[in-house]
Design a protein around this ligand. Sequence first.
Ligand SMILES: C[S@@+](CC[C@H](N)C(=O)[O-])C[C@H]1O[C@@H](n2cnc3c(N)ncnc32)[C@H](O)[C@@H]1O
Length: 291
Amino acid sequence: MTHTATLVASEQEARALVDRIGEDAILYERSVDLSEIDPDHWQVLVYFEEAPGAAERKALATAAAGIIGTKAAFAIAALPDQNWVARSLEGLKPVRAGRFLVHGRHDRARVRENDIAIEVEAGEAFGTGHHGTTAACLIAIDRVLRSRPVRNALDLGTGTGVLAIAITRAAKAPVVASDIDAVATRIAEENARLNGVAGLVHAVTAPGLSKSVFADAGPFDLIVANILAGPLVMLAPAIRRHLAPGGTVILSGLLVSQRARIVAAYRAQGLRLAGGIEREGWLTLTFRRAS
Ligand SMILES: C[S@@+](CC[C@H](N)C(=O)[O-])C[C@H]1O[C@@H](n2cnc3c(N)ncnc32)[C@H](O)[C@@H]1O
């Protein structure tokens, strides 16, 4: 099973760490991702086909200590299904999640009368509904919208825009759909048009929540973020800042083993854990802010 080692640092440290890994006698063949969570936090992610052994763990620790200091440590986790984009691109059957039916163009005829249908062309972005995290977010969104009104929402890490479109279709409310990746925001815009909700989905390319557009459009009654645990811990204070009193946060992209870390980070922001869904080894958590 694929494993990842992740560490969040400043941009300068993260870039130096990637260079160091590329030069390391044990780690140099590993694939490494460097991504911006927000301008102050960058994530280094190293992939391993199997659980890293003692020599690899030691090499990671030495690299981190050499660049950042001995307190810096990579978090190592098993990835239930690492091939997200490839799975999104498969021509799969429609997916039912709560009241939503996510389908491709070829399955328009399968939409039933009471379905809230979302047609998605994935292209190079993540989010056709087939991944456990997307389906669980759709179920969690459905539950929230059945229990309380949502007047405006944020879909952080929108990918194809599937969650943003689901919210606009079900709540008839505007949604800011943001992604760090400009290709994803373009695809989200196209999908919003395809689903007749372009006027309600505002796609924004941005890492995290640092751009002023979030403060201008917020605070939000509902924030959905299907990213990964590391960035979601870093973004907890910003997410709380942009959440309206009484608002709900749905977090996904989490491993079951990361539950305690996420719950602690969001409780520290004064949010209450209101629910959880486990699907295909992934965890989706719902938090609520007091009114
Ligand atoms: C797992 S996909 C989720 C896509 C879709 N929301 C879904 O649920 O299917 C995560 C998306 O978050 C984006 N992303 C990752 N880190 C981000 C960050 N710090 N700020 C904004 N977007 C980010 C990625 O580019 C990717 O499109």
